[in-house]
Design a protein. Structure first.
Length: 126
């Protein structure tokens, strides 16, 4: 699991999310309220909720525009089950929550490596 990403607060503005999303490596910004995951903001969210409606990005709190995350995974989920879910949904990363609190991000690539390390070595043929 990747440590908690730089989530923004519900009171932060759409402009702050836009600044984070200007980095091509950032595809979504998680929005929290006192550690509780409240939603996600993507570039599409900003276009639909702010630009298209004419809102001021400097004055629009993320709590008003954040969309519910499509997927989350509970911190108690078995790693094999988590990997199957990521594979089935074709997800690269998913927020990990415990009682609604954001505790980190689970990466399919990192998890795949970890599961491979846990596999017992195969029988070598003589």
């Amino acid at each position: 699991m990747v440590p908690e990403p730089g989530a923004l607060d519900v009171s932060d503005t759409a402009q702050a999310a836009g600044e984070r999303l200007s980095d091509p490596a950032v595809r979504a910004v998680l929005v929290c309220d006192d550690g509780q995951l409240r939603g996600v903001v993507t570039r599409k969210t900003l276009v639909r909720q702010v630009v298209a409606t004419g809102l001021n990005p400097r004055a629009t709190p993320l709590g008003e525009i954040a969309e519910p995350p499509l997927f989350t995974i509970d911190a108690s989920t078995d790693l094999d089950e988590a990997f199957r879910m990521l594979e089935d949904q074709d997800l690269e990363r998913v927020p990990v929550v415990e009682d609604g609190r954001l505790v980190g991000i689970l990466s399919r690539t990192v998890l795949q490596r970890r599961l491979a390390e846990d596999e017992p070595p195969g029988e070598t043929e003589l």
